[in-house]
Design a protein around this ligand. Structure first.
Ligand code: IZC
Ligand code: ZN
Length: 415
């Protein structure tokens, strides 16, 4: 018995026992002319043939001939909960202002903080829902989301409560990121802000299970390596898992810190040193690369994905969706930058946005591949093969989205 049977499909399973390491990322575990059976929200079988042994109980049989069936995309790094937008910075940026210059003059993150603090719970929720709707339409079925635009007790808790209470098919993994910037009221007392996080906010968030991860913006002019370390260690003491914005713009030693703390993942890594990459590898830290941000910051350089893959590391990719440095919800857009900017093959890109990104948020045993026993989070792309998705860029290839075994986006052409 099955609720849904997908047949005649080219199935990109992304099957793997753990994250796909280095060269393994090229192997997507493709099943030509296969079927997927779904029952009660779970994948119950995957194989060759039409799955004729499955009688379909409730919903329907999907004939996916000529299409690509893949795991729902997993976005392991977003700043989903924020209010307002920052298109005003576009012109400043084009005139040559750097990201950190804009932040130091009270713009950037801090302008989003003002808008987020002023927004009601309902308004913030509406904005989150409209972004989640877009993500789902573009094929994302699980997303990591950070706080970090409240920067005080009330508004950080508000942001995480919005994520906890929002009703949406997409699964959200929550991260506390109070260490995103120093709020204006603590401008000349950074230590005071760090103490507020350490003494009050982190314990409250952990005890009330408002987040699973803690993250910190370790960057020149934001939080130093030693400040980041004390904040992250406090989170760890309270049971939060560690992520880290490391070496995004300046080579700070963030990658080494991620290795030393055995972080689950370290993100950005554009300026990460050879030693940093080596220490991450030895500690099993997953590199989460954000090439849309390199592009949008006009950095003129990208993280060294090829070096990391050749070193045998399990590279993951994310949008970094945020209102300043990467205002897009679309992982399909990021595919192009990963491929053209960093030289990743379409196969590596898909591994990095499914099984590896699932592991980067501690969901590798539940989502990220089409395998028996996993959640039935499946997308059907109107594309003949995986190369085509990267090749025909800038458009949405998603035809159908199945989330938790329910068809939430229905193929318009074939209804
Ligand atoms: O709002 O600018 N890099 N945090 C770290 C960001 C970008 C988000 C922003
Ligand atoms: Zn980020």
């Amino acid at each position: 018995m099955a609720d849904i049977l997908i047949k005649n499909a080219r199935i990109i399973t992304c099957k793997s026992n753990g994250p796909k390491m280095g060269a393994e990322m090229q192997d997507l575990g493709v099943i030509e002319n296969g079927f997927v059976a779904v029952d009660n929200g779970i994948i119950t079988d995957v194989g060759y043939g039409e799955g004729e042994e499955f009688k379909v109980r409730h919903t329907e049989i999907i004939d996916a001939e000529g299409r690509l069936v893949m795991p729902g995309l997993v976005d392991p790094h977003t700043h989903l909960v924020h209010y307002g937008s920052r298109e005003n910075e576009l012109e400043l940026k084009l005139k040559g202002a750097s990201y950190i210059d804009i932040l130091k003059s009270g713009g950037g993150i801090l302008s989003t903080v003002s808008a987020t603090r002023a927004a009601s719970f309902e308004k913030l929720t509406d904005k989150v829902v409209s972004s989640l709707d877009l993500m789902l339409q573009w094929g994302t079925t699980t997303v990591e989301a950070k706080s970090g635009y409240g920067l005080n007790f009330v508004d950080e808790v508000k942001s995480l409560e919005v994520l906890k209470n929002v009703k949406h098919p997409i699964d959200i993994v929550k991260t506390y990121m109070g260490a995103h910037a120093v709020p204006t009221e603590y401008k000349s007392d950074k230590e005071g802000y760090i103490n507020l996080m350490i003494d009050r906010i982190i314990p409250y968030i952990a005890e009330n299970q408002l987040a699973e991860f803690i993250d910190c913006f370790c960057e020149e002019g934001v939080f130093s390596v030693s400040e980041s370390e004390s904040i992250l260690l406090k989170g760890k003491e309270f049971g939060l898992k560690i992520k880290l914005h490391a070496d995004e713009i300046e080579p700070m030693g963030g990658a080494q810190l991620a290795g030393r703390l055995s972080a689950v993942s370290a993100e950005h890594l554009v300026a990460a040193s050879d030693e940093g990459i080596e220490e991450m590898k030895n500690a099993g830290v997953i590199p989460v690369l954000l090439p849309g941000t390199s592009f949008y910051l006009r950095l003129g350089r990208y993280a060294r994905a090829r070096k990391m893959i050749e070193a045998g590391m399990p590279v993951a990719l994310a949008t970094d969706y945020n209102p300043g440095t990467c205002p897009t919800e679309s992982l399909q857009s990021i595919m192009v930058f990963a491929s053209m900017g960093m030289g990743m093959t379409p196969q590596e890109v898909i591994s990095a946005m499914t099984i590896n990104s699932a592991h980067a948020i501690n969901r590798g045993n539940i989502v990220g591949s089409i395998e028996k026993g996993k959640k039935a989070d499946i997308i059907i792309m109107d594309a003949p093969n995986e190369n085509y998705i990267v090749y025909h860029f800038g458009i949405n290839h998603v035809a159908t989205v199945i989330k938790d075994g329910k068809i939430v986006i229905k193929d318009k052409e074939r209804q």
